[in-house]
Design a protein around this ligand. Structure first.
Ligand code: GTP
Ligand code: MG
Length: 290
């Protein structure tokens, strides 16, 4: 009798657990994990994991492809990086706090990366895609520009922290400069800034102001081309070549290889996760992938 009751209770708990898991699973993008990407055809998998590979067949022989593969980790490295983006009892991924002034920012020991760019470029969506294996982490996105009003801090265990910033340009918060400039200038644990550029618009005047600021503060930064699902391959390739030329001729602290991402189709997300894990000192890439 006692055993039957115990079994029923266990069954009940198990059912509750399973229904809870399916709710969680529903929120997770089906390509959020590499194990699902690996079920796709070779061509689609390559295109999602290494988005530049989908463009390279359109390149003329004069363009040096190696320059677009400076950071080119193996599939094994991508998988290792994914474990850090996967929550577990040892790896808590969570929203930490928000701040509008430097005296409100949290004191964190972890190396930190931040995401900046024009309003609506897709910063929050990208962070949500990066954290898609941790669906409990609430990253707000909106169709209306100027949605993110504060510096929002997220932590990934003791490994690193990630900051979602308000956008600049159209409908930027009034105190954008007072909020962001001191952060960039004073934040001791900031190891990399990701500067997002809309694939449909390319570098805009407001982006050049951001580039100027990052160069003036001698901060290492990386260009990330967003919303690639909305732009044709020819236009994307032209933009990549233009950006690389711009980086070479007009910048000194920008990483030479721009990244391509789509938070909707999930391309480039795994590669960017790996780059974040790498620049925060949590992964030394191993063998090259072909
Ligand atoms: N098609 C497509 N739409 C995207 C992508 N990323 C973001 N969007 C859309 O772009 C809009 C703005 O996205 P957000 O992520 O809120 O942009 P943000 O840069 O955080 O904007 P602010 O917080 O206002 O600075 C939303 O409607 C998103 O759904 C993408 O990769 N592809
Ligand atoms: Mg935002």
């Amino acid at each position: 009798m006692f055993n039957t009751m115990l079994r029923m209770k266990t069954l009940h708990l198990l059912q509750a657990h399973m229904s809870c898991c399916s709710v969680v699973r529903q929120n997770v993008h089906q390509l959020a994990s590499i194990k699902h990407v690996c079920l796709l055809s070779e061509r689609r998998r390559q295109g999602l994991l290494y988005p530049f590979s989908a463009l390279k067949e359109h390149l003329t022989p004069q363009v040096d492809q190696a320059e677009f593969k400076i950071f080119h980790p193996s599939l094994n490295d991508l998988c290792r990086a994914e474990t850090l983006f996967t929550p577990s009892h040892k790896n808590h991924i969570e929203y930490s706090t928000s701040a509008v002034r430097m005296d409100h920012v949290p004191v964190l020991k972890q190396p930190e990366v931040c995401f900046m760019g024009r309003s609506n470029v897709g910063k929050s969506s990208l962070i949500r895609a990066l954290f898609s294996l941790a669906p409990d982490v609430d990253v707000r996105v909106s169709k209306t520009p100027g949605h993110t009003k504060k510096l929002n801090f997220f932590t990934v265990g003791k490994a690193f922290a990630l900051v979602d910033m308000p956008g600049y340009g159209h409908r930027a918060p009034q105190d954008f400069v007072e909020m962001v400039e001191p952060y960039l200038q004073e934040r001791q644990n900031l190891v990399r800034t990701f500067l997002l550029v809309d694939s449909g618009a390319g570098l805009q005047r407001a982006d050049l102001v951001a580039v100027e600021m990052l160069e003036e503060f001698s901060l290492p930064y990386v260009l990330v081309v967003t919303k690639t699902d909305r732009t044709g391959q020819g236009a994307l390739l032209t933009l990549m070549v233009q950006l690389q030329d711009f980086i070479k001729k007009q910048t000194s602290t920008c990483f030479p290889q721009p990244f391509l991402v789509s938070s909707v189709q999930f391309s480039g997300i795994h590669l960017l996760r790996c780059f974040i894990v790498h620049v925060t000192g949590n992964l030394r890439p191993t063998a090259e992938q072909t």
